[in-house]
Write a protein that binds this ligand. Structure first.
Ligand code: MN
Length: 201
């Protein structure tokens, strides 16, 4: 588990690997500037406090105000960047996660539409999430600003960042176009591993 001092995660791919869905410029700014700022701010706020002993997830669950915002945004972005990889068509989950999605949402396409709608319709800055509860039920939620499913007793599986910094360089105001395209980038092996870990499989 990560504790203070926190470090900027290394991207598991080159900065231009997500193009043309997400440009190299957006990745450089989003990861190298926005995420770096959250990490730097968090370290400043956590230093010489009891939070310096806690894993990032525990800070997210217990901190308030600016410390919460920076800790949660660090965690959100780690989950976000880890779950992406180079664009691929016919990109869908298989295995137990794929079966659970089909069972609970009717089809993968219905699930995709529902999560996309949550992301597109979220007012202001925030995230759309797929998460799983302790009973194994999947949930789609809209979470404003830095909010993370962990704060609601849910384990985060997959997220779409709809803060404007995630898409404005490439898509300007066309958030729905960005949300539609990002499905090419999801690394379902990463998401399936989160699902398995959350359920103790
Ligand atoms: Mn972001």
């Amino acid at each position: 588990m990560k504790t203070y001092p926190f470090e900027l995660m290394a991207l598991p791919y080159a900065a231009d690997a997500l193009a043309p869905v997400i440009s190299e410029e957006t990745v450089m700014i989003h990861h190298g500037k926005h995420l770096q700022t959250y990490v730097t701010n968090l370290n400043t706020m956590v230093a010489d406090t009891p939070f310096a002993q806690l894993p990032l997830e525990e800070i997210v669950k217990t901190a308030e105000g600016g410390m919460f915002n920076n800790a949660a945004q660090m965690l959100n972005h780690n989950l976000y960047f880890e779950q992406l990889r180079a664009p691929r068509t016919d990109n869908a989950p298989t295995g137990r996660l794929g079966e659970a999605i089909t069972q609970q949402f009717g089809s993968f396409d219905a699930f995709r539409q529902q999560l996309s709608q949550a992301a597109t319709a979220l007012f202001g800055s925030g995230w759309a999430w797929l998460s799983v509860d302790a009973e194994g039920k999947l949930h789609i939620t809209q979470n404003g600003n830095a909010d993370n499913p962990l704060c609601h007793d849910l384990q985060p599986l997959l997220c779409i960042d709809v803060w404007e910094h995630a898409y404005y360089v490439d898509y300007r105001n066309r958030r729905a176009d960005h949300v539609s395209a990002i499905w090419q980038l999801f690394d379902w092996d990463v998401v399936a591993q989160r699902y398995a870990t959350a359920l103790g499989l």
